[in-house]
Design a protein around this ligand. Structure first.
Ligand code: ATP
Ligand code: MG
Length: 218
């Protein structure tokens, strides 16, 4: 599904240059569940952002199936993201002025999908928060907010779900429940890639990629 060939990413600020990725080769199978681990600053988020089309590599090739994503301009990247990528963040990134229902409905409005109500309620049901539909994110616990964010990703119905430290703000037990939610999404046929510092979370991934100093460790 995903193939990275000698991906490099440099961040240049003033006269400082950070080599965040220094030649990453990677293959991600369709339908896999992958965890990315590595110390702080090793390049995990940079890698995930490139895979998600939120950032572009300085050098190297990124193939998504047969498409050469690393050649895309920002307009094509935006279309690529809309069609293929959902993101879940450590801080949930919900819209606090909208209800749980409305948050999950958002990707369907963007895509002009019909039968929105059934889809939204199904997604909330799957994440075990159907009874929270009318509440607002600030009225929910962290775990419930993350369930809402995953329900939103589910509603978007993209083949690839990416998550940057999705359990980072949660306690051990709640984090384990959230990984169950990702497992359910995976079982429904999605490819999942998540970043984690938590070895208990990593242990539940099918594949583990370790990155250190901008390079994948074998
Ligand atoms: N926008 C940016 N501008 C300049 N340098 C950056 C930028 N984003 C990341 N970096 C640098 O690139 C390197 C890799 O950063 P990245 O965010 O990918 O690390 P990470 O593995 O996700 O770390 P953490 O576990 O702390 O989130 C770091 O040295 C970081 O300081
Ligand atoms: Mg990071």
């Amino acid at each position: 599904m995903i193939r990275l060939e000698d991906i490099k990413k440099d961040y240049v600020n003033n006269k400082n240059c950070t080599h965040a990725l220094r030649g990453v080769d990677l293959h991600i199978r369709e339908g896999s569940f992958t965890g990315i681990i590595g110390t702080s600053g090793s390049g995990k988020s940079t890698l995930l952002n490139i895979i998600g089309g939120m950032d572009t590599p300085t050098e190297g090739k990124y193939y998504f199936y047969d498409e050469l994503i690393s050649d895309y301009n920002s307009e094509k990247l935006q279309k690529f993201r809309k069609k293929n990528i959902s993101f879940v963040f450590q801080n949930f990134a919900l819209m606090n002025r909208y209800s749980v229902y409305e948050n999950v409905e958002m990707p369907l409005l963007i895509r002009k999908v019909k039968n929105k109500k059934k889809i939204v309620m199904d997604c909330l049901e799957q994440m075990g928060i159907a009874d929270m539909a009318k509440k607002y994110p600030t009225q929910l616990s962290g775990g419930q907010q993350q369930r809402c964010a995953i329900a939103r990703a589910l509603a978007a119905d993209t083949p690839l779900l990416l998550a940057d430290e999705p359990t980072g703000a949660l306690d051990q037990k709640t984090g384990a429940d959230i990984i169950d939610c990702f497992k359910a999404v995976h079982k429904s046929g999605k490819t999942v890639i998540l970043i984690t510092h938590d070895m208990n979370v990593a242990a539940r991934c099918e594949e583990i990629i370790k990155i250190e100093d901008g390079l994948i460790q074998l």
